[in-house]
Design a protein. Sequence first.
Length: 210
Amino acid sequence: MTLAEAKAADLSHFVESGRYLTEIYSAAWGHVDSHPQYQSILNEWLLATIKPQDVVLEIGAGGGRWSRNFANRVAHAFLVDGTPALEPAIRQQNDWQGFSYHVSTDGMMPFLETGSIDYCFSFDTFVHFETPLFETYITEIGRSLKKGGLFHLHYARYWPENESPDPRDFTYRDEPLVERLLINAGMYLTGKRQEYHSGNGSLLTEAMKR
């Protein structure tokens, strides 16, 4: 069994157990409301970017630990995950009429019109993607963003001082490679970044559509 298959099996078992109806899955690493690091991301990245008229996209919505902050703050939010369990899980937590739910297991998002998205957010999701899925999602996000639209991307970045890099669970990428992928998808890095040298090691960065 590959790593991707093992992760899918774990999620399937979680969904089959019904626990996603009472727990926010993907919140095992801390709820946004009670975690200082996540509060910083929420306030200085997500909430500082969105506007009431925006159409937004979240990759890896899970059970809605970040998505819930779009409710009543934007015009519409496309929520994407690898399992249809995202819809009942998020509806259980926050059944906002402005959410639409979509499953993508290959990174393709045909439900999005070209140049229709103002903002894309993804945290703790791209860190796990293997190369084909990572690259396909980047390409599709670039296609769907409006000119001037922003993409906040969190991915696995190895730092020499990492406390516990985990290549079994994280797929590490160097910044020049990610920058080339973003450029090829019609985006460029704005310079806004937040580095996480502790734990597994990662980077949160901002790209803008040209």
